[in-house]
Design a protein around this ligand. Structure first.
Ligand code: HEC
Length: 115
């Protein structure tokens, strides 16, 4: 019996490490936190809202939000999260500052998805 339990545990551990490795393969460049921090620190979202963002900053912002889309939010519904983040990504891609302003509702999103 003891032996059986031991093997079962080993199998679970092995399965777990395999899934960790495959997840690491497509690991997004930034964590959600990192995206939040750089968009806030450099006022990227502010510049984007005003339509005053440089090409480089916009690329970074887009990359950041595309990374965020690949993460699970700390809480809330994953499907809804994807929709919210996709709206932000789309607005950046379309260079649509009004749509961006609407999509980047800090408080509303934090209330739903931030722990
Ligand atoms: C689409 C949803 C969404 C939007 C829009 C959003 N955030 Fe966040 N934000 C999050 C989530 C989720 C976290 C928690 C990340 C974690 O804990 O891993 C977070 C965390 C943060 C953090 C990290 C610090 C902390 O308190 O944990 C800062 C700073 C932040 N957001 C700033 C902003 C600002 C400023 C805006 C608006 C310009 C904004 N966010 C818009 C989802 C969003």
């Amino acid at each position: 019996m003891k032996r059986f339990v031991c093997c079962a545990v080993a199998a679970v551990v092995a399965g777990l490490s395999v899934s960790l490795v495959s997840a690491a393969d497509e690991k997004p460049k930034y964590s959600i936190k990192e995206v939040m921090e750089f968009q806030k620190k450099d006022k990227l979202f502010d510049k984007m809202k005003k339509g005053e963002i440089s090409k480089e900053d916009k690329a970074k912002l887009l990359e950041g939000w595309e990374s965020a889309a690949k993460h699970k939010p700390p809480k809330g519904d994953e499907k809804e999260w994807k929709e919210k983040v996709e709206a932000v990504v789309k607005a950046i891609k379309d260079d649509d500052k009004d749509a961006f302003g609407k999509a980047i509702d800090c408080g509303a999103c934090h209330g739903k998805f931030k722990k």
